[in-house]
Design a protein around this ligand. Structure first.
Ligand code: CO
Length: 459
């Protein structure tokens, strides 16, 4: 039996350990080796990479993707997409979702992993449809969480519904690293019995369960696992590629990785890691094991956000209370999985509830929108009093929120005029308007400078 590996160092590991601050130039020299390592796919785009490129790295995210594509002609390139939210925090109209997906594939993406934070299938339908129409591999993801209303059966039903949409594979996305080895075994086994498409497992090492969870998932029949090259593995990142390959080979699985090349990739990233250690951008704490997440069910990224939020307000001494309030807020909201953007929304509300001294004295606009149904259907019942407080007797919407949105492409195109050089620019602007405009300006400046320089050289 063969187990396939998806390498995450360029996306999730980079995002989880160093807040997506890896510039293209830093990993460009190793791309030709990555292309020859025998990975099933390389996750290298989507998630926070797009935002980070525009906001911090002064890179055109599309250009970055094209360069990776050129350097890795033989490997499948993979991205993470938040369904109707694309790479942002709100829902976009369908014309935007379709063009974004089409352009992602045109610029080099082969596999799109698509999820919705609420596991509301209506929010992934359009992205899945357009991925398939573009000739790429659509991977539907289940956001794994634990709650009184989530069960093996509910996850299997969701997988079946995704299979009906035509997805090419189903991924179990355990963003908080809370899925235990036994839960992974049972869920993968059930999925293998109930859906025909390959099963992919994604977890994080945050709580220390990660490597065991992947091992049991493979024993139960998982076809693909997400791992990161060891120098960028562990803690809030994925379990290590080499270690899993070693253990699985002993159990008789065919791994398909070229060990020598994988070692070279690791040697390369050791150097990168050390640089980030030295500069302070990689805090060793994120590489440690945090079993508390099992109790609070809070993903690693969310915990560090809460700490940052409270520190900024000089209220770090209230952390314990906020951690206890978080699961209560989640229960009031009908147990949404704590994944972007829900993890941020629930965290902010829990902090408000504690610091204001009265629960729901201040309700954030995002939570109001959620209660109105703008993010999709809540997995369970929303607390009646809270609902009354926000809706004042009105009913939450039952339609898909995107159905109420005006098309967005033409409007953005008109607004940008000459500033947009391509459809990709228009999409960057729609996704992150201020960052994209600042980036277009910078690009213009750079071009003028280069032009002036070459004129000078000619003279
Ligand atoms: Co992840």
């Amino acid at each position: 039996m063969k187990v396939n590996f998806t390498e995450t160092v360029l996306r999730d590991a980079n995002q989880s350990l160093i807040a997506t601050r890896l510039p293209f130039e830093k990993f460009q020299p190793i791309l030709s080796k990555i292309d020859k390592a025998g990975y099933f796919s390389v996750e290298c785009w989507g998630g926070a990479t797009f935002d980070s490129c525009l906001r911090y790295l002064e890179e055109d995210p599309w250009e970055r993707l094209r360069k990776i594509r050129k350097a890795c002609p033989n490997t499948k390139l993979q991205m993470l997409l938040r369904g109707q939210n694309l790479l942002g925090y709100k829902h976009y109209p369908d014309d935007v979702v379709r063009l974004f997906v089409r352009k992602s594939v045109e610029n080099g993406i082969d596999i799109i992993r698509i999820f919705d934070a609420l596991n509301d299938i209506r929010n992934i339908e359009v992205a899945v449809d357009e991925t398939l129409k573009s000739g790429a591999h659509a991977q539907g993801a289940i956001c794994f969480t634990r709650s009184p209303i989530h069960s093996l059966g509910s996850f299997v039903n969701y997988a079946k519904a995704m299979e009906k949409l035509g997805v090419n594979s189903v991924c179990i996305k355990d963003m908080a690293g809370i899925m235990s080895p036994q839960e992974a075994y049972d869920l993968v086994k059930s999925l293998k019995e109930n859906v025909k498409v390959p099963i992919v497992v994604h977890t994080h090492s945050t709580t220390g369960l990660g490597p065991m969870t992947l091992l049991k998932a493979v024993e139960a029949g998982a076809d693909v696992i997400d791992t990161s090259i060891s120098s960028f593995s562990g803690g809030t990142s994925q379990p290590p590629t080499e270690t899993l390959a070693y253990a699985l080979r002993q159990q008789g699985f065919e791994v398909g990785l070229n060990d020598k090349t994988v070692n070279q990739i690791n040697d390369f990233f050791k150097g990168v890691r050390d640089e980030f250690f030295k500069s302070g951008s990689l805090n060793p704490v994120v590489m440690s094991t945090e079993p508390e997440a099992l109790i609070y069910q809070i993903p690693g990224g969310m915990l560090s956000n809460l700490v940052a939020q409270l520190t900024a307000q000089h209220k770090l001494d209230r952390l314990e209370e906020v951690l206890e309030e978080t699961p209560r807020v989640r229960a009031d909201l009908g147990y949404p999985p704590l994944v972007t953007p829900m993890s941020q929304m629930v965290g902010v509300q829990a902090t408000n509830n504690v610091l204001s001294g009265e629960r729901y004295k201040n309700i954030s606009n995002e939570i109001k929108s959620y209660i109105k149904g703008e993010y999709g259907k809540a997995p369970g019942e929303i607390n009646k009093e809270l609902m009354e407080k926000v809706l004042g007797g009105e009913k939450p919407m039952t339609c898909r929120y995107a159905d109420l949105l005006e098309p967005g492409i033409e409007k953005a195109r008109e607004y940008l005029g000459e500033n947009a050089k391509s459809d990709e620019d228009v999409l960057s602007y729609i996704a992150f308007p201020a960052q994209a405009e600042a980036f277009f300006e910078l690009r213009e400046e750079r071009a003028t400078r280069t032009f002036a320089y070459s004129i000078k050289k000619i003279q």
